[in-house]
Design a protein around this ligand. Structure first.
Ligand SMILES: Nc1ncnc2c1ncn2[C@@H]1O[C@H](COP(=O)(O)OP(=O)(O)OP(=O)(O)O)[C@@H](O)[C@H]1O
Length: 267
């Protein structure tokens, strides 16, 4: 079987609304110019993959989308990032509230040292999303079902989340992010610590999640980008070199740098 599975992947031709409009985005870490004048529209209900060689700025750009870079003192951002037309860097935007709307899953599963239930209930509690215990139970169950973990954990919700397998922990982190009903889910190499079976489960899950919201995934695996995404953005030395339909990027790249990367000559 062709590992890229381009032919098997669902090609989605429906026009999708723009979720994020990014205009003239620049990021510096001190003197280091890490993102250079990036313009891109990220679509709703679409998986967008960020690919490119190590250090090209994929994670930096991803972290700008929910203001995680605010937590890095030397980081400075310029330009505009509009979520449904609203500038997420506006003074009036509360970053904590924003991160409920734009959730994030990290490379290494990082469940809290709490029960499975409390991990998932965490965001809903902070943001006051449940009016009663029954409400909260419903949110937890829905999120765990959404993360394809419910059947595996429904009889041990009181057990600690850190006791689950790596793949289960990552799905728990996805459930935790999904529980606040985000509009966008950011994933920074979510499968890099997982074995092939757990990776396949998470990839399948990503495909299901995109029917609910927009997913943006940073990945070092071009096969993974080809399997899970409909749009791909190729970054190189802080520039967004090429952005388009995943099939086009992998089969008919327009820029020689993209061509070199996907054919393994750079990176
Ligand atoms: N906290 C930081 N402080 C200073 N420089 C940073 C910081 N984080 C990233 N950088 C620099 O910014 C550039 C882009 O890094 P970034 O992590 O976004 O790249 P990446 O494409 O995600 O890389 P990788 O694939 O290796 O994770 C690199 O040169 C990196 O060294």
């Amino acid at each position: 079987m062709n590992d890229m599975r381009l032919a098997e992947r669902t090609v989605d031709t429906d026009a999708k609304a723009i979720k994020f409009q990014c205009r003239d985005v620049q990021v510096w870490y001190g003197e280091k110019h890490a993102i250079k004048d990036v313009n891109v529209d990220l679509l709703d209900k679409t998986v967008t993959a960020f690919i490119g060689p190590s250090g090209c700025g994929k994670s930096t750009f991803l972290r700008c989308l929910n203001r995680m870079n605010d937590t890095i003192p030397v980081a400075r951002i310029a330009g505009r990032m509009l979520l449904d037309g609203e500038d997420i860097y506006d003074r009036r935007v509360d970053p904590v509230q924003l991160r409920a709307q734009v959730g994030m899953v990290f490379q290494k599963p990082n469940p809290f040292p709490k029960s499975i239930y409390d991990n998932v209930a965490y965001g809903a509690r902070i943001h006051g999303l449940a009016r009663s215990k029954a409400d909260l139970d419903g949110i937890v169950e829905k999120a765990l079902r959404g993360a394809a973990l419910w059947d595996e954990v429904k009889d041990r919700l009181g057990e600690t989340g850190t006791g689950l397998s790596g793949g289960q922990q990552q799905r728990l982190c996805i459930a935790r992010a999904v529980a606040t009903s985000p509009e966008v889910l950011l994933m920074d190499e979510p499968c890099s610590a997982l074995d092939p079976i757990a990776t396949a489960q998470v990839e399948e899950l990503i495909d299901e999640l995109r029917s609910h919201f927009s997913v943006v995934i940073v990945t070092h695996s071009m096969q993974q980008a080809a399997r899970v995404s409909q749009k791909t953005a190729f970054f190189h030395l802080g520039n967004l070199v090429e952005y388009g339909n995943t099939d086009d990027i992998f089969t008919r790249p327009q820029d020689p740098r993209t061509e070199s990367y996907i054919s393994g000559r750079i990176g």
